[in-house]
Write a protein that binds this ligand. Sequence first.
Ligand code: NAD
Length: 463
Amino acid sequence: MPVPGPGYSITVRVEAPPSASAAGDLTSAVGRVGGVITAFDVVESHSDRVVVDITCNAMSANHARDITEALEALPGVAVRKVSDRTFLMHLGGKIEVSAKVALRNRDDLSRAYTPGVARICQAIAENPDDARRLTIKRNTVAVVTDGSAVLGLGNLGPAAALPVMEGKAALFKKFAGVDAWPVCLDTQDTEEIIRAVELIAPVYGGINLEDIAAPRCFEIEARLRDKLDIPVFHDDQHGTAICVVGALRNALRVVGKSLTDARIVVCGVGAAGSAIIRLLLHRDPADVVAVDINGIVHRGRENMDANMAWVAENTNKAGISGTLHDALVGADVFIGVSAPNLFGAEQVATMAADPVVFALANPDPEIDPLEAQKHAAVVATGRSDYPNQINNVLAFPGVFRGLLDAQARGITDAMLLAAADAIADIVDDDRLNASFIVPSVFDAAVAPAVADAVRKAAGAQSG
Ligand SMILES: NC(=O)c1ccc[n+]([C@@H]2O[C@H](COP(=O)([O-])OP(=O)(O)OC[C@H]3O[C@@H](n4cnc5c(N)ncnc54)[C@H](O)[C@@H]3O)[C@@H](O)[C@H]2O)c1
């Protein structure tokens, strides 16, 4: 059941009579149709009328229209303008370039630009590694997409993906001081994407692939990792895997189980699910059973691509086949990165004692969290309106901060696992409980801790 939220927030400018009851009439009208008022500002006052900005959260675009109509229906009230606050936030984009050096006079200009800059160019030509010290490469990441899997919306193309990539860049800056820049490519051809990223790589200290559909994303990442001397990270895969592995460690702490004894069902073997499985297997769980739209993944299954064949080979020790519901029987953990509404409380009841349920499909999880809570000991989702939000922003800013600081030339699973542990460790024993297995995305301690862990793991790698 959706609730009014800031994603659908509007400001309605209305003219109303200056009566004593005007404010009450306006706020009641919004409340009657289910809007939630967050601000009420009188912007003009006259002897015969007041002009008021009413800001409120709605549930959808249609609901926002209902709210506007409810105001307009009041006697003597006229709606002057409706502003969608989310669209306003995106006007002209969300990020900008700003100069780090002052350009006040000829002296500044001669050093920042020509002729002084020529000596910097020559130094880099002689020693290309100096680009990591003397240019933006030191702190800059490309956020690369082909727009083929934008959020849960599908193949919207590169231009429509840009608001997401700008948002990602803003998060990089806010949480870890990383300068990230969107690179939305007007191609969905694997070879062209690889070549384009290869061609732009000199500018960047890392590549963050984003919203590129599976299975293409696996090949693009693997080939770029081979070709480039900077880390290549696909956030939809590894950012998710880091957060899930960290959160799972804490969920199992809550229920007093060890990962090596846990039987884990991973539903969804796309970008997120495959990476979760691969990272989890480093921790030696008792078993992982993967399930996709065609049921349980097992060795004899037909028509598997290379990724699925690997998953089949490395999971499902008992060789079972069947449906998601079959897989859940006796399982200690469910991790869903698949599709909405796949099971209910009755299937959770078939899991082992004190089961852990991570239902991460966005925006609607595999099971309604309130249903899951009937039998599960710990429930997590990707949503901000429930406890235990598994959100990649816990991982990617700190991961790249650490990689850039270490001037890392690649990224390893050891670094991903170090990041997962750093996120889990932020939640100490005093704070850990079934509703608090991961820190808040606004916890300022997270990114530095993740960065530190990745830096150390990178040091161990090169040392
Ligand atoms: N932190 C988070 O909360 C987080 C992170 C990443 C992904 N997700 C969510 O996970 C979901 C999957 O993301 P992705 O990028 O891996 O997508 P994807 O398209 O790469 O993979 C989807 C997978 O789900 C499977 N699937 C689809 N319908 C199914 C069904 N009815 N039963 C079983 N399996 C089914 C598909 O076979 C496929 O393996 C999305 O909803 C995404 O929003 C959440």
